[in-house]
Design a protein around this ligand. Structure first.
Ligand SMILES: Cc1cc2nc3c(=O)[nH]c(=O)nc-3n(C[C@H](O)[C@H](O)[C@H](O)COP(=O)(O)OP(=O)(O)OC[C@H]3O[C@@H](n4cnc5c(N)ncnc54)[C@H](O)[C@@H]3O)c2cc1C
Ligand code: SF4
Length: 326
């Protein structure tokens, strides 16, 4: 590992100052479950780590019936999963977390670190391969081993977003609070993530000197049903080949609003807007569920080794919707 300076800060303002504006030399350190691995493999070589775990009160879970859930950036995945209130009100979030990694990782991994984790593309994770995302000239996945890559929203890079909680939080309409440069801004989580065609080097809108301080989740509407389903290669722990977060609210026996967000198939948590439209105002039955699952993948454009993801993702959407009927 390259030697680095270690700075502990006690406020988001201090973190912003310590991060500076030049992209790369300084990085935020939270649980370290992703960043330290990247540093050991020389994928990230920061000269300064800004430890934010010393910022007070960023590890709080708060709930208010009017404003909803307020998660500090440092709340661990394990604590979210154990919280009775969250388990009762936001099952989709808890299910997504329980299917993430393994207990040791979930004990250390923070919610903001999870949203900012870097892609698992094996070309990106290989220290000797300098692909587009690392400033190189080509995407090796296009003609290479692309069985785990994107079928929606890809190009010129074909990563899939690795977070499980992210699709669940987007489906719940979550927002992130970002601090930096002396300012605070609040952004819908859906707009936090960016596609490679917007900037191939980054996965989100964070500026170099910005940190996430909170994740906000609105209170669930009465009667909300929600489910997270994930298919992976290994049963023990693995990132998603395909996943779906579904949040439905009823309206007089039919679907009122539907939010369906796919994981493991696109560089960002992918809102299946056509599938949502196909369900709105409709009864939830085998016919409408099948129609929605087809609409969810209608725009898919697989690479030469990942065509299997299209029927897989359709099946995941179908099953997730069917489970909300149970
Ligand atoms: C073996 C293994 C299996 C895994 N399986 C899954 C899985 O199935 N599903 C899943 O979702 N995840 C999985 N993960 C990823 C894991 O959830 C993430 O590594 C973890 O959530 C990152 O959180 P952290 O606090 O450790 O972040 P760190 O490693 O400290 O940081 C990760 C990134 O986020 C940035 N960052 C951290 N906090 C902030 C902040 N507040 N503001 C701005 N930037 C910030 C860091 O600079 C860094 O770039 C797995 C990881 C491992 C090692
Ligand atoms: S998919 Fe993205 S990260 Fe992977 S090789 Fe291509 S450019 Fe690099």
């Amino acid at each position: 590992m390259k030697p680095f300076e270690y700075v502990s800060v006690t406020s988001a303002r201090q973190a912003s100052e310590a991060l500076g504006t030049e992209r790369g030399p300084a990085k935020v350190l939270a649980g370290g479950t992703d960043l330290l691995g990247e540093m050991k493999d020389y994928i990230e070589t920061p000269s300064r780590l800004v430890n934010i775990k010393t910022i007070p009160n960023l590890d709080k879970i708060e709930y208010d019936a009017k404003t909803g859930l307020r998660l500090g950036a440092l709340v661990t995945l394990a604590r979210i999963s154990e919280d009775k209130n969250i388990r009762q009100r936001y099952p989709v979030l808890v299910q997504s977390i329980d299917l993430s990694a393994m207990p040791q990782i979930r004990n250390a991994a923070t919610i903001a670190g999870n949203l900012c984790q870097r892609p698992r593309c094996w070309y990106y994770r290989d220290e000797h391969t300098i692909c587009l995302k690392k400033g190189g000239a080509k995407c090796y996945a296009v003609e290479g081993e692309n069985q785990y890559h994107a079928i929606l929203g890809g190009g010129p890079c074909y990563i899939v977003h690795p977070s499980d909680p992210a699709p669940a939080l987007v489906a719940l309409g979550a927002r992130v609070v970002i601090e930096g440069n002396g300012k605070t801004r609040e952004v819908p989580l859906e707009e936090f993530f960016i596609l490679p065609r917007q900037d191939v080097r980054r996965e989100n809108i964070l500026a170099q000197n910005e940190v996430i301080t909170h994740v906000l989740v609105p209170p669930p509407a009465p009667g909300t049903r929600s489910v997270y389903l994930k298919e992976r290669e290994r049963e023990s722990y693995d990132w998603a080949l395909s996943s779906a977060a579904v949040v439905l609210t009823p309206s007089g026996g039919n679907v009122g609003t539907a939010r369906i967000v796919l994981g493991g198939v696109a560089p960002v948590p992918w809102r299946a807007v056509d599938a949502e439209k196909a369900l709105q105002g409709q009864p939830l039955n085998a016919t409408t569920v099948a129609r929605a699952a087809e609409a969810a993948l209608a725009g898919a454009s697989p690479l030469h080794k990942n065509g299997y993801k299209v029927p897989l993702a359709q099946a995941v959407v179908r099953r997730a919707l069917t489970l909300t009927m149970a």
